[in-house]
Design a protein around this ligand. Sequence first.
Ligand code: PCA
Length: 212
Amino acid sequence: MKKVLITGFEPFGGAAINPALEAVKKLDGVKLDGGEIVICDVPVTRYEAIDAVIAAIETHKPDYVITVGQAGGRFAITPERVAINMDDFRIPDNGGNQPIDEPIYEDGPDAYFSTLPIKAITAALKAKGIPCQVSNTAGTFVCNHLAYGVQHYLRDTNIGHGFIHIPLLPEQAATGDQASMALDVIAEGLRLAAQATLDNQTDIAVGAGKIC
Ligand code: PCA
């Protein structure tokens, strides 16, 4: 029985909710085919976010870790391909930190690729009618920071990890100017992502390239 740790960020930027935390709360203890989901919540604060997920990894000893955050404006659930060694925060995080062009770890590599089967995850969600596409940037705020930091921590282990961004909830986008996705659809998408991770030890070779 494999364990998948799925983590969700707390609200940030003055918002009252974060769909990542709301969706992840729905997945606590959910059984998968060959596994189960455990969860943890994550502060939107530089380094404290990484520490919170490391603590959860040490507690739960998962086989896979899926870190999840909100991406306002995105139309789909988006597994991230890469995290970069760069903090450039457009707004302060919840601890008041606002680094500009600072590395996350001075001696870290420029980037880490996701070790989740991102193409297989994308295919699994699309097959169930849930909008999903690979993303090639996790931004430069706390989501990228966490994705990079967790990947750095896990670099010499065989624990798979990747970050998934999710859209806003309808109630966060009620002005009609931004895309949104219902909470149950997001939660089901994350469950399917966890199942696809268990089902695909190696990723499938399907194109998800972009031309700018
Ligand atoms: N989204 C932010 C940080 C926390 C979250 O849920 C981001 O994309 O960096």
